[in-house]
Design a protein around this ligand. Structure first.
Ligand SMILES: *Cc1c(COP(=O)(O)O)cnc(C)c1O
Length: 386
C-alpha cells in the first residue's frame, strides 16, 4: 500500500525540541501582544531574510489588507488573475477595484506591457505576485509606477528567501507581504509579514497591526488585530534552525524532476525559483492525456497534485459577475490555468516518492502511446536509487 503524497507538507521540527519554548510561555503567561518571542523572532526573521524593516502578522491576508490601508490606496489596483484568491480578496475588502491583466508566458507574473495598457486616471497602485517565488520584472514595474505615480505592493507570499542578484526580492516596491502559512516554504502554523522600505513606514504598519494603539490610551488609526501570537513566534524561531536543510532538500527534488522531465513530449517545465516552493508543469497538446486526465491518474495512485492556479480568479463565482472589477483580455493566463499542475515538492519527500510521481507522468500514458514514434521511457542510468 502506497502512502498518500501531497503537493506540500509542512516543515515541522521535532516536537520534543519545541516543548521548552512552550514551557517558557506557560511560565511567563505571555501569550501574545508583542511579547519576548515576538520580538526575538521579528528580528531573527529580518536578519535571515536580509531585510531591515519587517513586521510580523498573524497571516498573509491580514498583512496584505493592512499594507493597502497603510498606503491609503483608493480606486483601481492592477493585479493578476493567476494567483491565490487572497490577493484579489484583499483589494475587495478594502473597497478597491481589482483590474485584472494578463501574465507573462515565461514567468507567469504580471506582464508589464499589459499593466501599462490598463492604466486609467483612476489607477492608484499595482499589486503584482512573485508567482511560485519567481521574481517579477521589478525594474519594468518600478519604471511604470514612477512614470504614472502609482504605488506598488508586492504579494511575495511565495517568495520566502528569494534573491534577485542584488539582494532580497522583498526590498522592492512600497511594501512586500509574506505568508508563513502551513502550506508555504516556511511556516509558523499561520503567519505573515510586511516588509517596509523605511522605519517610518514600519511604525505605521505596527500601529495598524495593533488597533492603531501607540500607548495605553492613545489610538491614532483605525487599525486591526494582525498580531502574531507567542506560540507561533517561538515556533518560527525554532523553524529558522531547520529552514536551510529544508530548502536544500527541495532543491534536490526540484533538480531530479527537472532532469527527468526535460524533453518529455507535451510537458513544459517552468522557471526555477530560489526556494523551490512549487513544481508547476504545463500539460500541452502533445501529451497523450489532458491536464485533468493526468490529475485523475495521479489521484488513482494516491498522489494529490494541485492545479494552482486554476480556476483563474476572474472566473470564480465571487468575481465573474462583479460590477466593481475590470477584466482585460487574459489569453496567456487562461492557457496556463488550463494546463498547469503542481507536483508534490516538499522536504518530507523521498527519492522513491519522486520516482512514483515521475512514473505516473512517464508511464501512465503508455496505452495511448503505442502509436507514438518516441516512447516515453526514461533511461535507467538516470534512475536514482530510493
Ligand atoms: C498563501 C497566499 C496568500 C495568503 O496568505 P495566508 O497566510 O494564507 O493568509 C496570499 N497570496 C498568495 C499568492 C498566497 O499564495
Amino acid at each position: 500500500m502506497n502512502k498518500d503524497l501531497y503537493v506540500s507538507s509542512p516543515l515541522l521540527p521535532e516536537l520534543d525540541d519545541f516543548i521548552p519554548y512552550l514551557r517558557d510561555i506557560w511560565d511567563s503567561k505571555r501569550l501574545t501582544n508583542l511579547g519576548p518571542f515576538h520580538q526575538a523572532f521579528e528580528q531573527a526573521l529580518a536578519d535571515y531574510l536580509n531585510v531591515e524593516h519587517l513586521s510580523l502578522f498573524n497571516n498573509g491576508t491580514t498583512a496584505l489588507m493592512t499594507a493597502l490601508q497603510a498606503l491609503a490606496i483608493e480606486g483601481e489596483v492592477i493585479t493578476t488573475p493567476y494567483t491565490f484568491a487572497a490577493t484579489a480578496h484583499a483589494l475587495v475588502w478594502n473597497r478597491l477595484t481589482p483590474v485584472f491583466v494578463d501574465i507573462d508566458p515565461q514567468t507567469f507574473n504580471l506582464d508589464p506591457a499589459a499593466i501599462e495598457a490598463a492604466i486609467t486616471p483612476h489607477t492608484r497602485a499595482i499589486l503584482p505576485v512573485h508567482c511560485y517565488g519567481v521574481p517579477c520584472d521589478v525594474a519594468a514595474i518600478g519604471e511604470i509606477a514612477r512614470r504614472h505615480g502609482l504605488r506598488v505592493i508586492y504579494d511575495a507570499a511565495h517568495a520566502f528567501a528569494v534573491q534577485d542578484g542584488q539582494g532580497s526580492v522583498l526590498r522592492h516596491g512600497d511594501m512586500s507581504i509574506l505568508s508563513l502559512h502551513a502550506t508555504k516554504v516556511f511556516n509558523t502554523f499561520e503567519g505573515g509579514a510586511i516588509i517596509s522600505p523605511t522605519l517610518e513606514t514600519k511604525r505605521l504598519v505596527d500601529q495598524l497591526r495593533n488597533f492603531g494603539f501607540v500607548d495605553e490610551t492613545t489610538v491614532v488609526a483605525c487599525g486591526i488585530n494582525g498580531k502574531m501570537n507567542e506560540i507561533s513566534a517561538a515556533f518560527g524561531l525554532l523553524q529558522l534552525t531547520h529552514i536551510d536543510a529544508a530548502l536544500q532538500r527541495r532543491a534536490t527534488f526540484d533538480a531530479l524532476y527537472r532532469d527527468r522531465l526535460d524533453g518529455v513530449p507535451g510537458i513544459t517545465l517552468c522557471r526555477e525559483s530560489d526556494n523551490h516552493g512549487y513544481f508547476p508543469i504545463l500539460i500541452e497538446d502533445a501529451y497523450p492525456l489532458s491536464r485533468d486526465q493526468l490529475y485523475d491518474a495521479f489521484r488513482q495512485q494516491q498522489i494529490y497534485t494541485r492545479r494552482y492556479f486554476y480556476p483563474l480568479i476572474t472566473t470564480m463565482a465571487a468575481y465573474r459577475q462583479r460590477q466593481q472589477a475590470v477584466f482585460h483580455a487574459l489569453p496567456v493566463a487562461t492557457h496556463v490555468a488550463q494546463r498547469v499542475i503542481c507536483l508534490p515538492l516538499h522536504p518530507d519527500l523521498t527519492l522513491n516518492d519522486v520516482e512514483r510521481v515521475l512514473a505516473v507522468i512517464c508511464e501512465a500514458p503508455s496505452v495511448p502511446l503505442i502509436s507514438r514514434a518516441t516512447p516515453l521511457t526514461v533511461s535507467d542510468s538516470k534512475r536514482l536509487q530510493p
